[in-house]
Design a protein around this ligand. Structure first.
Ligand code: SF4
Length: 396
């Protein structure tokens, strides 16, 4: 698979963009991880990667989404974004995942990317806004990789994301491919689409359309309509893990999961302090589906390192998780999690009553599969996971 992947990379991506990705994403990602490990040894808390929810505005209303798009959209102020990235750079954090809502609806999106050419940005988008002008911006700037969300072929995808969204997203990625850009596809695995999205045919479809990486997320039943019927149970989680290992050997595309380390043990990125989520109001939250915070970007006169390092909530969350599971506490321990959040005095920034939603959720299994761990059996992934994989801003 590796020679074919390298061949694809060198023939399908513009050399300038490939070089930028190698330098800003991979090389600096490695440096960010080294700096993070050193901080851990000193007992300091600051992640190597950060998620920025630039806006809660979105043109879609996907099933199972936790974003509450209000009448008047909230945007993270541009000055705050710049300050945050500057603070991140001081800690050698150069990779930022920009999400929303729909980040392409953030008015100054390109300004952010342009102002920080030494950083690399991943834009998680529904792919509907790649017209000629925005594709040209991505190409010109070069320090961006779009990650387009698609959750199965048209019938399955459109059932969750809305009619016509598959076709529109595929049209978007077709434009990215023609411009020789580096992009990926993000697929949320549900109990319903598991077979479809882990089939060779699905992976091949996106290889043929130029995607260099396919990023698998697992559905979380959160939000105003949690849709528990989409949950992935333990048996299906084992199937997902098994299929991922097999697909990785077969296809010239990078298949990413942020759920298991090289030994096949479960990982919660937030509990390890690998990445935190900044909400559109500046709240500093453990991860995208957990919109609770005690701190804000404005705290400590904008000194982000001091704010995160001194956060009793984020540190308490790490402790809370480590005492219970290697997996996802949202799924496994919802009631205890709700109590922990309440006792921490964290504010709910979801725009809903997310605390009540979590408290009402029954415990479920997650990607923590004790006794049935499956280590990475392909050296490329073992190497990448040890070095980088959990450092790319992913959340479990
Ligand atoms: S495993 Fe759960 S709690 Fe941890 S980062 Fe992922 S979604 Fe958040």
């Amino acid at each position: 698979m590796l020679p074919r992947l390298l061949y694809r990379m060198t023939t399908e991506i513009s050399p300038r963009l490939l070089f930028k990705a190698g330098h800003l994403w991979v090389f600096k990602g490695d440096r960010a991880m080294r700096a993070y490990r050193k901080r851990l040894k000193r007992g300091e808390l600051f992640p190597p990667f950060l998620f920025l929810a630039l806006t809660n505005a979105c043109n879609l209303r996907c099933n199972g989404c936790w974003i509450q798009a209000g009448e008047a959209p909230r945007h993270l102020p541009l000055d705050d974004v710049h300050r945050l990235i500057e603070a991140g750079k001081r800690q050698k954090a150069y990779f930022y995942t920009l999400l929303g809502g729909e980040p392409m609806l953030y008015p100054q999106l390109w300004e952010i990317v342009e102002a920080h050419p030494e950083c690399y940005f991943q834009i998680i988008t529904n792919g509907m806004f790649f017209d000629a002008a925005s594709v040209e911006q991505v190409r010109r700037l070069g320090n961006i990789t779009p990650l387009v969300s698609i959750d199965g072929f048209a019938p399955e995808n459109d059932a969750r994301r809305g009619r016509g969204t598959f076709e529109a997203a595929v049209e978007g990625i077709e434009r990215l491919r023609k411009a020789k850009l580096l992009f990926g596809v993000a697929t949320t695995v549900t109990g319903r689409n598991l077979d479809e999205v882990t089939a060779d045919e699905y992976v091949r479809y996106f290889i043929d359309r130029g995607a260099m990486y396919l990023w698998y997320y697992v559905f979380r039943p959160v939000g105003p309509a949690p849709s528990p019927e989409f949950c992935v149970d333990r048996e299906k989680m084992l199937t997902l893990r098994r299929r991922l290992l097999a697909l990785r050997r077969r296809h010239p595309i990078i298949l990413i999961d942020t759920y298991w380390n090289a030994a096949g043990e479960a990982v919660c990125p937030a509990a390890q302090g690998l990445g935190f989520h900044i909400g559109p109001g500046g709240s500093i939250e453990p991860c995208p589906p957990l919109s609770f915070a005690c701190e804000n970007l404005a705290d400590h006169e904008g000194d982000l390192f001091r704010t995160i390092d001194g956060s009793r909530f984020l540190r308490g969350f790490q402790q809370f998780v480590s005492e219970r599971t290697r997996g996802c506490v949202i799924l496994e321990h919802p009631q205890e999690l709700a109590r922990f959040i309440e006792e921490s005095g964290a504010a709910d920034h979801s725009g809903r009553d997310a605390l009540a939603e979590i408290a009402a959720s029954p415990p479920r299994s997650s990607h923590h599969l004790p006794g049935e761990e499956m280590p990475e059996d392909y050296w490329v992934y073992r190497f990448l996971k040890r070095k980088l994989f959990f450092g790319m801003g992913g959340y479990g």
